[in-house]
Structure formats: C-alpha cells, structure tokens
Write a new protein. Structure first.
Length: 340
C-alpha cells in the first residue's frame, strides 16, 4: 500500500452559510394554523399552545411553533391557588423566559426603551431549524381590525449598525414594515408611540417575543382586542386569543441559517507516483509478475483514497465515481470534501 503525507497547502478549511425554509415540506411562509384538541384539552394548554401546519389528526401533521403568554403578575391565566394571587402559568412562563433571556430573576423585559410586564412568546419547534433563524427574513402578519387592516412585523437587523446580545445570544427589535423596511406611519425606530417596540427576535434560540403593551395599543378598533383578557384569570385565554389572531392573519414567514464547515483535502498523484498495484493477485506463486506489461509500462486504476493518521489508522475513505487510470504519463488531482 502506498502512503503520502499531506503538505500544509493540501488541506483548506472553508465555512459557508446555508439558508433554508423553516416550516415543514420546505415551506417558506406558513399560511394555515391548526391546534390539537387533545393538547388544548389538557393541562399543558394553560402554559402553551402547539401549532401545526395541518390538522393534527393527519399523519403529516408536525408541530411548527408554540404560543405562550407570559405575565409578571400572573394575569391572563388561572392561579395555581386562588388564595395566592400572582402565581399562575403565565407568571411561570414569564420567569422561564426571564432566566433564559436575561439570565437572572430581577431584571424586566425592555422592548425598545419601554418596560413591559407581559408578552407573547412564539417558540419555533427545534426540529424546524438546524442552527439559528436568519435575521432579516421574518415577516409576521397580524390582523388588527375588523375592516381587514393588518400590520407586518419584521426585525430591525437590516437597519441597525450594531448587534445586541443577551444570555440567549443575539437580539433584534421587532418593527413595523417588511423584511427590514420601516413603515413611514411609525416613528424612526418602528416603535408604536409610547409602548416601545413590537417585540424581540432571538434568532439563536428560535424565539419571538411580542410586546403585550404594543399589541394592546395596536390590535383592536373593532378587531380582536388582546388586552381584554390580561387582567382576567381564566384558563389559557390569552394563548387562545393570539392563536385566533394568527388564523385571521394567515401569514408567518421566516427562514433558518446554518454554517457548514468543510475541510477540502487535495490528493495529488504525480506522474511518478501510484503507478504500481499492490494487489497480490498480480504476483504468481513463485513471486513473478503475471503480466509483463507491468514491468516497463505499468498501469493502475485509482478507485478510492484512504485518509490515515500518523499511526496508519484508517480514518476516512473517499470513493471515486469511476476508476481513474494512472501511469507514468498522467498526473491525478482528487479533491475530497469533509463536511461537519
């Protein structure tokens, strides 16, 4: 067997970003939303709603994302104990996201420059994206009035000059517009009056937080008013209200991003190398070559390339699509790509 040590220039490391649709069946924009009556009828619905791309009774149904309502004061859901105010599923959800995003139990969520004590969380199912959501591809359409008026929310990654980080990675503010374009009907930051931004995009954990105060001041006017249920302690009321809002709007667009690192290994066989075969079938029992042509004009066929470590342990094998003829008049260059 023939061995050849690689030179430094024979190995090149490359990294490239690959984007893909998030939703099932490579769908870029989700336009249909379904829940499971089994899940909603259970206790988990007090905390979140799972949303499917088709009826949950079908074999093709897959969870696309979840809706959860979070309230610092525990409003919008039933108290665990009627005698203990403020302790409910919504307060638990608020605490979970506070620990995940802010990293402590004392800080409050600030949307833009305004603090909000309640928000809606859209958590993209982990199976829907490989590494992260792609900033600048979000377009979430929300129905805001019975006359059919709608707003489209996107992140401000295309208009900010610096990136902000939290314990959960990068964070971008949600603005009114379309894929990074700010509407002229709102102020220069895309915020809604004194309510702060519409929310936050946390692409590294696949989470979208929607500012409850901003939605309360926007959604209504004969449409679906979300703020009517904040102070009412009824089971999973606000989760259901936001789900109804999505079904009216019918458009949720976002893409994923993955960085693929590749090692390119260039295997060079010069004209004087790898021309003789080590196949024992070419040797007779007396130790002579079976074919005299292999004495003066040897030929070999390269079918695979093995990658070894310094202990001659085989680590990987690259097989060629067809045998490659090699003799003293030919040189070969085989490029091997290792993705990880």
């Amino acid at each position: 067997m023939s061995y050849k040590r690689f030179d430094l220039e024979d190995v090149v490391v490359s990294a490239e970003s690959v984007t893909a649709p998030v939703w099932s069946n490579d769908t870029t924009t989700l336009t249909t939303f379904f829940t499971s009556s089994t899940q909603i009828g259970g206790t988990s619905a007090d905390y979140y709603y799972d949303v499917y791309q088709t009826s949950s009774t079908l074999d093709t149904a897959r969870v696309q994302f979840s809706i959860a309502y979070a309230d610092k004061k525990g409003s919008g859901s039933l108290y665990f104990n009627p005698s203990v105010a403020g302790k409910s599923p919504s307060s638990t959800v608020y605490g979970q996201f506070r620990n995940l995003v802010l990293g402590d139990e004392e800080s409050d969520f600030t949307f833009g420059t305004v603090t909000s004590e309640h928000f809606y969380a859209l958590t993209i199912d982990r199976a829907r994206y490989k590494e992260t959501l792609l900033p600048g591809t979000l377009a979430l359409k929300l129905h805001v009035s019975s006359s059919g008026a709608e707003i489209t929310l996107t992140d401000n990654s295309q208009v900010v000059t610096t990136t902000t980080f939290t314990d959960a990675g990068r964070v971008y503010e949600l603005i009114s517009g379309s894929l990074g374009t700010v509407n002229t009907s709102v102020n220069s930051n895309g915020y809604t009056n004194s309510s702060g931004s519409y929310g936050k995009l946390l692409p590294d954990i696949g989470v979208i937080l929607l500012n409850g105060n901003a939605l309360d001041s926007t959604v209504g006017n004969g449409g679906l008013a979300l703020n009517t249920g904040r102070n009412a302690n009824t089971a999973d009321a606000n989760n259901g209200k936001f789900y109804n809002l999505l079904t009216l709007s019918g458009s949720f667009r976002v893409q994923s991003e993955e960085t693929i690192t590749s090692n390119f290994v260039f295997v060079r066989a010069r004209n004087s190398e790898f021309n003789y075969s080590t196949n024992p079938s070419l040797i007779t029992g007396s130790g002579e070559l079976r074919h005299n042509v292999m004495i003066n004009t040897p030929q070999s066929y390269i079918t695979a390339v093995g990658l070894y470590n310094d202990n001659n342990d085989l680590l990987a094998v690259a097989k060629l699509s067809r045998p490659l003829l090699k003799d003293f008049t030919k040189e070969a260059l085989v490029r091997i790509k290792l993705d990880y």
